[in-house]
Design a protein around this ligand. Structure first.
Ligand code: NAP
Length: 466
């Protein structure tokens, strides 16, 4: 929706408190029961299946209740080598942990200025969580080998137990382990994690050499690397990772449930995905749009479940920045649309979301994808569902903007197209007032619906005079 992206919404979205550690596990231990929290510390440049398998196996072997991946902001021992920007490594971790309810990713190291020291991180975690939350710092055994040289290693030992993941060729000898335990007062647990023969440097080298990294990391991370051209990725290598069947291992049947794509199981699974794709305030907004769209569908005799899902997914791609969304459009093969969005990349997330969702969930109905595609600009001849999603985006309850209440009051009292027209007046008026660019499609929409409103008014007048 133009309003949202172009800034009218920026000042009037509900402010949600930012999580301290991460969205999912900020409240761990609040009920006083003992909790075991795994901390996956690493550079994750990029994250790969070895890390994920290691976290999962650590969770299982040490009965961890949750595992938080904490990508290092400015890794202490890598100050001289080029490391991918922290935000991109964070984003890859965020994409990788999606779908595992026991995993989440934290920004605490990338948001903390200066060099990243594990002692500072553990202190931050210790201050945040109550004493009944025990911390287990999981990292590679070779990193553990040097732990006595880390800043404040005694403090580290007092705040967390260590889980040292070994990989072929890098086992921590019993002797080294004992030395570290004795001289540093550490408690070290060994974990023989399968899959750790893979390493980030191996993935980087393969990408650089134009070789496939398919199956070495998860699909979403692979897409991200391709879309952002990381590690020397070249566009013409897309074929190497053309991975339409990668998601096939996921059990669609379970996710879809008996009610299919419009059922609660699919809705819930995408809701969980979305919580990791966008900021918390955006997530709350999407839930508001979903609820409002469902209510409007009920009022205007449309499919409530379709509207509910379309509302939920409309901002599926809103987590990308301008560069990211352009790259996403290229990667999705809709770069031909880029020209009309040249100065308005903030509107591209409608078309990219529709294309990405169609690729990832081929079962999604075309009318739903259309509503998502059009929600940023509108289009001539919009369907009732398109109109509902467009309007719901503006009037969902989380928005506190002057004038929106009037639109909310109109639901059910006026025809859907009149409500849309009033919403368009509001949106376009705001853009004009703030001297913002208006997408050419929105201008066309405006002219089209103004003409239609006139025609309908004339037809009504004619009826009245009969
Ligand atoms: P690294 O030297 O790049 O990693 C050493 C080895 O461990 C690599 O084989 C690496 O594989 C593997 N590894 C890294 N993280 C892992 C994890 N969570 N689980 C399993 N294997 C893992 O180490 P790093 O990634 O830079 O640092 C590891 C952690 O130690 C980070 O949290 C970092 O902040 C901390 N650290 C702290 C200090 C300090 O406080 N002074 C100093 C050094 C490290 P991949 O290359 O495939 O990841």
């Amino acid at each position: 929706m133009v309003l949202t992206q172009a800034g009218v919404g920026a000042g009037c979205e509900q402010a949600a408190a930012a999580p301290v550690v991460c969205e999912r596990f900020d409240d761990l231990g609040a009920d006083g029961r003992p909790v075991r929290l795994g901390i996956m510390g690493g550079t994750f440049d990029p994250i790969h299946i070895g890390h994920l398998a290691c976290a999962e196996q650590a969770r299982e072997a040490f009965s961890l209740d949750a595992v938080v991946f904490i990508p290092a902001g400015k890794p202490a021992f890598k100050l001289k080598r080029d490391v991918t920007p922290a935000e991109q490594r964070f984003e890859m971790c965020r994409l990788a942990v999606q779908g595992n309810p026991a995993f989440d990713v934290s920004r605490i190291e990338i948001d903390r200025p200066g060099v990243t020291y594990t002692a500072d991180t553990l202190r931050q975690l210790r201050e945040h969580y109550p004493g009944n939350v025990a911390l287990f710092f999981i990292t590679g055994a070779d990193a553990v080998c040097s732990i006595l040289k880390w800043r404040e290693s005694a403090a580290i030992a007092s705040m967390a137990e260590l889980i040292a993941a070994t990989r072929p060729g890098y086992a921590l000898s019993e002797e080294t382990k004992l030395t570290i335990e004795r001289s540093g007062n550490f408690r070290i647990h060994m974990l023989e994690a399968t899959g750790l023969a893979v390493s980030s440097s191996y993935l980087r080298a393969r990408v650089q050499a134009g070789l496939s990294i398919r199956y070495l990391t998860v699909r979403r991370v692979l897409d991200y690397i391709a879309a952002h051209g990381l590690y020397g990725w070249k566009r013409n290598r897309e074929a190497v990772c053309e991975v339409s069947e990668v998601e096939a291992d996921r059990s669609r049947a379970t996710e879809l449930g008996a009610a299919g794509i419009l059922g609660d199981a699919f809705y819930q699974a995408r809701r969980d995905d979305l919580a990791h794709r966008v900021k918390r305030s955006r997530f709350e907004h999407s839930l508001g749009v979903s609820e409002t769209a469902a209510r409007m569908a009920r009022v205007y005799g449309q499919d409530e479940r379709l509207a509910r899902l379309a509302g939920l997914l409309h901002d599926w791609d809103k987590g990308y920045d301008d560069e990211g969304i352009r790259a996403r459009a290229v990667e999705l093969g809709i770069a031909d649309q880029l020209a009309s969005y040249l100065d308005m990349p903030h509107l591209l997330h409608g078309p990219t979301a529709a294309a990405a969702l169609a690729r990832e969930f081929p079962e999604l109905p075309a009318p739903l994808l259309q509503a998502i595609r059009l929600h940023t600009t509108g289009a001539v001849g919009m369907s009732p569902l398109d109109l509902i999603v467009y309007v719901a985006d503006v009037i969902e309850p989380g928005r506190y903007c002057a004038g929106v209440d009037k639109l909310r009051d109109m639901v059910g009292k006026v025809e859907l197209e009149d409500l849309f027209m009033a919403t368009l007046v509001y949106v376009v008026g705001n853009l004009i007032e703030r001297r913002k660019l208006i997408h050419p499609d929105t201008v066309t929409v405006w002219n089209y619906y103004v003409a239609r409103a006139r025609e309908r008014a004339a037809a009504n007048d004619a009826k009245g005079s009969k």
